[in-house]
Design a protein around this ligand. Structure first.
Ligand code: TXA
Ligand code: MG
Length: 322
């Protein structure tokens, strides 16, 4: 299959992406977090192809992306009272909510679970696509299973060229890591996956205390310990010892650093990222992708600050380190 590259700024390209999706094809689409591999969520035969293209196990549930709030009723059994304040505050945005699923929702989307994850993405291209075609799309991150999530159309192509009908190029993703996943139960709310929105961000809009579990449940993809992996072996090093470790390391070692003293280190595979959380997050996956392309076999990553707002970065890096 030849994968079409569609420039999202051209209206005809947006139209083409919508038509392909409506025809049951897979199209990678930009979101504010990472690129998603989309299929029309109401077409189970289309959705099932996502698993083949990604080589993803069939029991790993997908997030359903909606273009406006009224669509929620089509996918969930009932809309609980706690939704309105969260949706008002954070949708469209990087927040996935877990609901009891509507009886008509295919097992293919939920991986057989009685629940469904839904979010309204905050990307003008994807929002207008969903609204224009009055469609919801099931979309995991647009990478082969257990590889890095893509934050640009080029990275999508590197992983999935020839396996999907098209990629809608909407530029680089603004946020750069995957959405926060929140499950609101009877007695507590739980963050299932750390992301751009922290427990402190969410708590004011919730009627129950929100917790961040320390151990991940293995049952859901993305909650497995090993995930988000580049090809190179990733080693997280304290700032103080990185230079010494690099001296003893083989030639094929790359570094990913942000501290001023380490920015000058002599290393052919050196990637310098910003030290502030926002820009670091935006650059992280792209940097790991770039490093993989240099052929570096191992990567010394300068440990990020141990501060609460860096929890999402620690989560992704520890999984990359396996
Ligand atoms: O930012 C994002 O969330 C991106 C963009 C494309 O929206 N999507 C994404 O999808 O990261 P994916 O498939 O790579 O990760 C989806 C996560 C998985 O960890 C999956 O287990 C979890 O969502 N998930 C989906 N439905 C669930 C459910 N019903 N219960 C618990 N977890 C669920
Ligand atoms: Mg993923």
């Amino acid at each position: 299959m030849k994968t079409e590259i569609l420039n999202a700024q051209i209206p005809a390209a947006l139209q083409r992406a919508g038509e392909l999706l409506k025809a049951g094809e897979l199209v990678a689409v930009p979101t504010e977090t990472v690129y998603g591999l989309a299929a029309d969520a109401s077409n189970a035969e289309a959705v099932v192809q996502i698993f083949t293209a990604k080589q993803r196990p069939r029991n790993h549930p997908l997030i359903t992306h909606i273009g406006h709030l009224e669509q929620l009723e089509r996918w969930v059994k009932h809309v609980p009272d706690w939704v309105a304040p969260l949706a008002d505050a954070f949708w469209p945005g990087p927040l996935t909510l877990i609901f009891e699923r509507h009886p008509s929702v295919s097992d293919v989307i939920t991986g057989g679970l009685p629940t469904i994850g839904v979010r309204m993405p905050n990307h003008p291209v994807l929002l207008s696509l969903l609204q224009q075609f009055d469609m919801a799309v099931a979309a995991p991150s647009a990478n082969p299973y257990q590889k890095l999530s893509p934050t640009s159309a080029e990275q999508v192509i590197l992983g999935l060229d020839g396996k999907i009908a098209a990629v809608l190029d909407g530029g680089n993703c603004d946020i750069g890591t995957e959405s926060t996943i929140l499950r609101v139960g009877e007695h507590q709310a739980e963050i299932l996956r750390c992301g751009p929105l922290s427990a402190a961000d969410l708590q004011p809009y919730l009627p129950l205390p929100v917790s961040v579990p320390h151990s991940h449940t293995e049952s859901v993809s993305g909650n497995q310990k090993v995930h988000y992996q580049p090809n190179a072996k990733v080693i997280i090093c304290p700032t103080e010892s990185l230079a010494t470790l690099l001296q003893a390391a083989p030639q094929t070692t790359g570094i990913l650093v942000y501290s001023p003293p380490l920015r000058q280190l002599d290393c052919p595979h050196r990637i310098v990222v910003a030290g502030n959380h926002h820009d670091y997050r935006k650059a992280l996956y792209a940097a790991l992708h770039r490093l993989d392309q240099t052929g570096a076999e191992q990567l010394l990553v300068e440990a990020p600050p141990r501060l609460p707002e860096w929890a999402d970065i620690w989560d992704r890096l520890s999984r990359a380190a396996g």
